[in-house]
Ligand binder design. Sequence first.
Ligand code: DQA
Length: 148
Amino acid sequence: PRVVVVNGPNLGRLGVRQPDVYGHQDLAELTRLCGVWGDELGLDVEVRQTDDEAEMISWMHHAVDELTPVVMNPAAFTHYSYALADAAHMVGDAGLPLMEVHISNPASRDEFRKRSVISPVATGTITGLGFFGYRLALEAVAHLMETV
Ligand code: DQA
């Protein structure tokens, strides 16, 4: 089965952006790792990144139309995008897993990061484990899609 891993704004800057918080590995490395983990789990993983809310929303519409489960790091959209939350809700309504991932632990950071508008519509949320969180999210998708 296919899985789409979507990353929101500023995650194209991984490796140079606050390495103390997000680590020294870049998006290319995350993409490579997700491919390796997908192979192990029998999942065909496609990793994407955008700084554009409209594009992220359109990816949710495509996921619904193509019955593709989603792993999502909504980045800053997490904290305020009701439009993305509505789009993510449609993924759940289609019976598809939608796993929310954060590299850092937003609950331990700024006040504005303590609320996620995505969590209420996510199947589950993984935070604070670095890139390993994507592995756990892919495992969760594999489990939920019963491929393992
Ligand atoms: C993030 C946490 C968000 O608060 C932040 O805006 C990001 C990345 C994370 O992966 O830890 O851009 O989603």
